[in-house]
Design a protein around this ligand. Structure first.
Ligand SMILES: [Fe+2]
Length: 364
């Protein structure tokens, strides 16, 4: 019997159009001076102006921070903390894709507990209280709004650092599927495939428990059943709602179960080649499922890699490393880097550089 410790993290407010409630939700939480952390895509879609107007209508002051990209790094987060200092922020709202949510958490660490960001690499390194936050994802998605970890790259080395603390949890996750309808098709494809991988990887980690399994399984059902619809029917709000819930549940599964070898092998591709996270995941996931192969799962398991390939193709994602700019001679170095990734420790089959090399070679 595996002992575990489970705490629900946040309140979840779900439904189309519920961004309209952001002003009152924030006011009821006691927010007065908000740092609104939002990526450029969300700003261009007009959501930042909407959120700002709703917050100001409730008497809150709002300072926006947009100076970060798809892979937020320590320098960007430290700049955000400076913006928070200037604004004397007492609260943070993250609006956008996974990068906005992760940046908001990173900014919160540095603003409340001091620089440098690297100090918080690992778990539970923040001693002082952190600001209350609301997370509003606009992609389905990393599920970062359901997690206490921020993935922040070291600006010098590009190594992705998972920085987690129970105080970094969002108080409220506001899940409004309408906001996800404007995501460009490529983002929809990569973010959706990433969410799918979270359901698959968390299902089998060594850290899984009855709660994480419930989240992984329901996340897989929701995402598997509506991913293709979301790709084909950009306006389908029902399907997008299921996808957003699925990615949130998969995020809850990560919080309770961690990830596995797919993420361990994907991170070095992003660090070395700048490969988009969801693309790297799509290149590797089915090979990791095969490599992990557990006869206990029987025929169902044998079908899974084929289905994962189908879905990657449906999403228009590359299916071989060689087609994604990876060169064969880099594989040994990539494998060494993959073996250093913390998340690989939770993989059901013991994972090391030799294993990573086998996985990369299969995916090549
Ligand atoms: Fe991921």
């Amino acid at each position: 019997m595996q002992p575990f410790d489970f705490t629900p993290l946040n309140r979840v407010v779900f439904g189309p159009g519920r961004l309209a409630e952001i002003g009152t939700l924030a006011r009821h939480q006691g927010f007065q001076r908000v740092l609104l952390v939002a990526d450029q895509g969300v700003r261009a879609a007009g959501y930042v102006d909407r959120a700002r107007a709703l917050l100001e209508a409730e008497g809150l002051s709002v300072t926006c921070f947009h100076d970060f990209d798809a892979n937020p790094d320590t320098a960007m987060v430290e700049a955000g903390a400076e913006a928070a200092r200037q604004a004397l922020a007492d609260s943070i709202i993250a609006l956008g894709g996974g990068s906005s949510l992760d940046t908001a958490k990173g900014v919160n660490f540095v603003y409340t507990n001091g620089a440098p960001m690297k100090r918080y690499w690992g778990w539970g390194k923040a001693d002082r209280p952190m600001l209350p936050m609301i997370g509003i994802p606009t992609t389905a998605g990393t599920g970062s709004e359901a997690q206490t970890y921020a993935l922040i790259s070291d600006a010098a080395t590009h190594v992705k650092m998972a920085c987690g603390d129970p105080k970094a949890a969002f108080r409220i996750a506001l899940l409004d599927p309408e906001l996800c309808l404007t995501a460009p098709p490529a983002v929809r494809a990569t973010a959706g495939y990433d969410a799918l991988s979270h359901a698959v990887e968390t299902w089998v980690t060594t850290k899984r428990n009855p709660f994480s399994l419930a989240y992984s399984q329901q996340a897989f059902r929701l995402i598997h059943d509506c991913f293709e619809t979301v790709l084909r029917q950009p306006e389908n709000i029902e399907a997008m709602g299921q996808m957003l819930l699925g990615s949130h549940l998969a995020g809850m599964a990560i919080e309770n179960s961690m990830l596995g070898a797919t993420h361990a092998c994907a991170n070095p591709l992003t660090a070395r080649y700048g490969t988009v996270h969801g693309v790297a995941i799509a290149l590797l996931l089915r090979h990791v499922v095969e490599w992990n192969g557990n006869p206990e799962y029987g025929a169902l398991h044998a079908d899974l890699p084929l289905r994962l390939l189908d879905l990657a193709q449906a999403a228009g994602l590359p299916t071989r490393l060689r087609d994604a700019g990876v060169s064969a001679e880099h594989i040994p170095a990539l494998a060494e880097a993959a073996a250093q990734q913390w998340t690989g420790r939770f993989n059901p089959r013991p994972f090391d550089a030799a294993g990573a090399r086998e996985i990369y070679e299969c995916a090549f």
